[in-house]
Design a protein around this ligand. Structure first.
Ligand code: AMP
Length: 299
């Protein structure tokens, strides 16, 4: 079994300078799995409420995503509402309704407990930890988080971070978690908390990869129009871990390339609202844009 992801499946209500969408499909596990599927097999552990349309689960299955670990619970599906202003790097969260996630106790089906790669997408760190304890011996464990959990569940988050190989977070979260304003210092401080590999996302300004021995500064792919940045981080993680998980040796070169694959997949996700662009995306689009990225950044 390839990748297992625990995260949210959500209804998002989003407003950007390019439009407004109400209760569209979103969630960290959704964006991640729709991105990682281009590289490896992927299964989701999450829960939805009784209001979640069966056709959406069927759609995920039709894209090759394993949904045996998705439980339908009594109650309403997780909801998130956000607004992006002219600076689309910053999402202003207007509402977070955990709904069924506040009662969720993840149980990993036996056939998924042998996953090689585990992605603990953005969700309550206690749930991330529950899942980590149930997966037998993952070769690679990565986690994401957000300001909401750094503020409300810092202790549980610090306990979790000790046990992961890779952490992905955006620049403001890195500063908040480490207490450092400078990103290099923030990366160093977070490495002392546990993970070997730190990925700090800076929205349209790209990403800083920090490993013990080196750094990589990669720009975002140049796009003329970004309609909705929601899910960029999870799609980045999907591309990155999808690529990395398939590698026999996880060396410096593989990690650096994986960051570029993450960058490329995320660049597609932001071209349209919700998961729309990810649904029409093909592997050849990713490969072509990866080559173009190499041309743009060579000097
Ligand atoms: P991203 O833009 O990649 O950081 O992630 C956006 C997705 O994360 C949205 O589709 C939301 O549904 C989901 N999300 C937002 N807040 C939370 C939260 N507190 N816990 C879990 N998922 C969340």
């Amino acid at each position: 079994m390839g990748i297992l992801v625990i995260g949210s499946i959500a209804f998002d209500s989003v407003e950007t300078p390019f439009g407004k969408r109400n209760e569209v499909l979103g969630g960290s596990a959704t964006f991640f799995s729709l991105s990682a599927r281009f590289f490896d097999t992927v299964s989701i552990v999450a829960c939805v409420g009784e209001d979640f349309p069966g056709r959406m689960l069927a759609m995920l299955r039709s894209k090759g995503i394993g949904i045996d670990g998705v439980e339908v619970l009594k109650g309403r599906t997780f909801r998130w509402k956000a607004r992006y202003g002219a600076d689309m790097n910053i999402a202003r969260t207007l509402a977070t309704h955990l709904n069924v996630f506040s009662e969720f106790v993840p149980k990993i089906p036996a056939h998924l407990a042998g996953a090689r790669t585990l992605f603990l997408a953005n969700i309550d760190p206690s749930l991330q930890d529950d899942v980590l304890r149930q997966v037998r011996r993952p070769r690679l464990v990565a986690c994401d988080t957000m300001n909401f959990w750094i503020t409300h569940k810092r202790k549980a988050l610090r306990r979790l971070i000790r046990k992961v190989d890779i952490i992905l977070l955006n620049d403001s979260e890195a500063k908040q978690l480490s207490g450092e304003e400078n990103l290099l210092k923030a990366a160093k401080a977070i490495r002392r908390m546990g993970p070997e590999i730190i990925v700090i996302k800076k929205g349209e300004h790209g990403v800083l990869l920090s490993t013990r021995g080196s750094h990589l500064l990669a720009p975002a792919y140049l796009l003329e129009s970004i309609r909705d940045p929601t899910g960029a981080g999870d799609s980045f993680a999907g591309g990155m871990l999808g690529y990395l998980g398939r590698h026999r040796r996880i060396d410096e070169q593989a990690v650096r390339r994986s960051v570029i694959y993450g960058t490329i997949v995320a660049s597609f996700a932001v071209e349209d609202f919700s998961v729309r662009r990810l649904l029409t995306l093909r592997k050849s689009d990713i490969v072509n844009r990866y080559r173009d990225f190499c041309r743009i950044t060579r000097f």
